[in-house]
Design a protein around this ligand. Structure first.
Ligand SMILES: Nc1nc2c(ncn2[C@@H]2O[C@H](COP(=O)(O)OP(=O)(O)OP(=O)(O)O)[C@@H](O)[C@H]2O)c(=O)[nH]1
Ligand SMILES: [Mg+2]
Length: 336
C-alpha cells in the first residue's frame, strides 16, 4: 500500500536524517510521529518510528543524565572522511590508532581499556582521515552511546586480534551486535568496481557502512589466518594483516581509504590569483564543479556562471559548466 507521505512529514524525516545528537533525533522522531498521515499504508513506518523512539529513550536512560547534557558522545567530523575503530577488548584498536595518528590513545590520558571516543587524524599525502578510537564491544557490554557515533560515520575499521583463539567468535559477535543496532557492514566500498549503488543501501533506520578488516597482531599469528577467519564466518570484507607493534600493514591503510572512498582532491583558485595548494577540497568521484562551488560557499553555488579547469579538462584552463565532473588534482577557478 502506498504511504503517500506529506511534504510536512518528509521535512520532519529530513530533519531526523541530519540530526547527529540522540536528543535531537528523539525530538525529530516525535515530530515525525506527530505529522505522519495515520492510515494503513504508514502503519509499518509508524511502528519503526516508535521502536526507534523506544531505543533512543532506553539508551538515554541507560547513560543517565549524560545523554541530556548533549554533545558528550558526538564526534565532530573532520578531514576527508571519518572512520570508526570497532573491535573486541584488547584487539589493539588504541595501539593502531596511536601508531596511525600519533594520538597517544593507548595508555597516557586514556587508560586501557578505552572509555571514551578519541578522534585523531591519519595523514595521507596532502589530506587526512579522521580515525575515532572507541571502547570495546564484547558479549557482556557495549556502551550505549557507541552506536550513535557509528551510525553517522563514513566507514568502519574492524579490528580483531588474529592471535586470539576465539577471534572468529569475537568477530561474529561484533557483527551481530551491530546488526542488532541496525548497523550493517558492507563488504564493498564505493570505489570498488562492483560496489552497489549508494542509494540502494540507504535506509531510514538502518545504516550500511563499508568495512575494512584489520587482522591485527599479525606479528603473533600467521597473517594468512585472516583469510581463514573470513572463510569461517562467510564474510568477505577487504582485509589487511597489521601489527600495531611492528608496523606491518599500517602504510597500506591510508592509500586503501583514499581509493575505496573514491576521494578526489580539488584545489581552488580565485580569478587572477594563484592556486591555493595548501588545502584541497576533498570531493568524491562523480562530484561536479557545482558541488565544489557548494563546498566553497553556498552563495558561490547560487550565483555560479562557469568554471575554468586545469587537469581533467581537454586543455588547460578550459571553460566548463556546472555539471562537469571533477577529477583528482584538478584546479578549479569558479566564476559567478
Ligand atoms: N604483539 C602485539 N601486541 C599488540 C598489537 N597491538 C596491540 N597490542 C597489545 O595488545 C594490548 C591491548 O592493546 P590496546 O591497543 O589497548 O587494545 P584495544 O583494542 O584498544 O583495547 P580496549 O580499549 O580495551 O578495547 C596492549 O598490551 C598492546 O600493546 C600488535 O599488533 N602486536
Ligand atoms: Mg582501546
Amino acid at each position: 500500500m502506498p504511504a503517500n507521505l506529506t511534504p510536512e512529514y518528509k521535512q520532519a524525516e529530513q530533519a531526523y536524517r541530519l540530526a547527529r545528537q540522540p536528543r535531537e533525533q528523539l525530538e525529530c522522531l516525535k515530530e515525525m510521529l506527530r505529522v505522519i498521515p495515520k492510515h494503513k499504508g504508514t502503519e509499518r513506518l509508524q511502528a519503526d518510528i516508535k521502536s526507534r523512539i523506544r531505543e533512543l529513550t532506553q539508551e538515554s536512560a541507560a547513560h543517565g543524565k549524560a545523554a541530556h547534557r548533549g554533545p558528550s558522545h558526538a564526534v565532530h567530523p573532520e578531514g576527508a572522511a571519518q572512520l570508526c575503530l570497532i573491535g573486541p577488548s584488547g584487539a589493539g584498536k588504541s595501539s593502531l590508532h596511536a601508531r596511525l595518528t600519533g594520538s597517544g590513545s593507548e595508555g597516557g590520558a586514556y587508560p586501557h581499556p578505552t572509555q571514551l571516543p578519541v578522534p585523531a587524524m591519519l595523514p595521507f599525502e596532502d589530506i587526512a582521515f579522521q580515525l575515532v578510537d572507541l571502547p570495546p564491544v564484547s558479549a557482556e557490554f557495549m556502551q550505549p552511546g557507541l552506536t550513535d557515533i557509528v551510525r553517522v560515520t563514513d566507514g568502519v575499521l574492524l579490528v580483531v586480534d588474529l592471535s586470539a583463539p576465539d577471534c572468529t567468535e569475537q568477530l561474529a559477535l561484533i557483527l551481530r551486535r551491530l546488526a542488532e543496532a541496525r548497523i550493517n557492514l558492507l563488504e564493498r566500498w564505493p570505489g570498488q568496481a562492483d560496489s552497489p549503488a549508494a542509494s540502494a543501501a540507504a535506509g531510514l533506520f538502518s545504516v550500511h557502512l563499508p568495512a575494512l578488516l584489520l587482522a591485527n597482531k599479525a606479528d603473533l599469528a600467521n597473517p594468512e589466518d585472516a583469510a581463514v577467519l573470513e572463510d569461517l564466518l562467510g564474510v568477505h570484507f577487504p582485509a589487511l594483516a597489521t601489527s600495531a607493534t611492528r608496523g606491518q600493514g599500517l602504510a597500506e591503510i591510508g592509500p586503501f581509504l583514499f581509493r575505496a572512498l573514491s576521494i578526489v582532491r580539488v584545489y581552488t583558485k580565485a580569478p587572477g590569483k594563484p592556486v591555493d595548494q595548501s588545502r584541497p577540497f576533498t570531493m568524491r568521484r562523480g562530484d561536479t564543479v557545482l558541488d565544489v562551488a557548494l563546498r566553497v560557499h553556498p552563495d558561490l553555488a547560487r550565483t555560479f556562471k562557469f568554471a575554468r579547469i586545469w587537469g581533467s579538462g581537454k586543455f588547460s584552463g578550459q571553460q566548463v559548466g556546472a555539471d562537469h565532473p571533477v577529477a583528482d588534482r584538478d584546479v578549479v577557478e569558479l566564476h559567478s
